[in-house]
Design a protein. Sequence first.
Length: 328
Amino acid sequence: MSDRIYLGVDVGGTKVAAGLVDSRGNILYKTRVPMNGTGTAEQGFASICDAIDAVLAAHPGKAIAGIGVASPGPLDPRTGVILFTPNIPCWHDFPLRRELDARYDMPTWVDNDANAAGLAEAAFGAGRGYSNVFYACIGTGIGTAIVLDGKLFYGRTGLAAEGGHMTIDMNAPCLCECGKRGCLESMASGTSIGRRARAAVTQDPKAGAKILELAGGNVEDISSKTVTAAWQEGDPLGTQLLADTTRLLTVWLGNIVDLLEPDVIVIGGGMGEVFSNFFPQILRDLPTWSLNTRCAETPLLLAQYGEDSGIAGAGALCLSKPVALAAE
């Protein structure tokens, strides 16, 4: 087992990254190709195959023990069927695992990208050594994973651990793409930070002068990256926007601790590194939002895998075999 190599595939809306991962979570090789998610289902599948074929071509004769795929959801991890993914509209009830099994004739596992990344962090990364890990990826959206005793928790139907779609404010004006109102994702994701910044700058151009300047004078170009850059320069509005988001995350994590009391909380994603600067503040304020009198003892750690979390996570799926292969 210790010598086995796995092929990890990370599917995104515009790219497919793939690489070789060993049993210790080391990424030995990686590449990426464009993802055609707006054409036909077959064209989308062809993009996956292009990435896999590129890895195999670069390592002819290499023994591969399995293929893991980390994909946006929702999907059924038991069957490997992509139910529907907004970022990849070509796939509706697409049997990705079955198609890969048929083409490559090797064991294949497909799972939600946040689950895969959380598993990698629990097995190899920041959560290594902890039994129960709660992982959150804060980026364009907010994805989460729950790892209990080293295994992903799926719930009854395989769709558990959608922590980013917990409602934080049922009266919030923002409607999430999932259809619910006041989801954490709709209020604290990178997308939400950009949206709130654009509204604030439009309402008060003077207060938003620095953010607007960093966006090249175009309000529509303001994003979470713009807000982060403004905060780094000490801009009051940029600082306030991130502080407001930190409070939302603190309220949410208080609920997570009350529900799960994980051994560790690991934060990743494009905004994870930014919010790691606020970890001491979150832990300081957490008792206000948790019944657990020892909540602040919970380690709050930055994820080890950055943009490679999908590849590492897909490899971890193969290694742990967390979901029994089901007949379709």
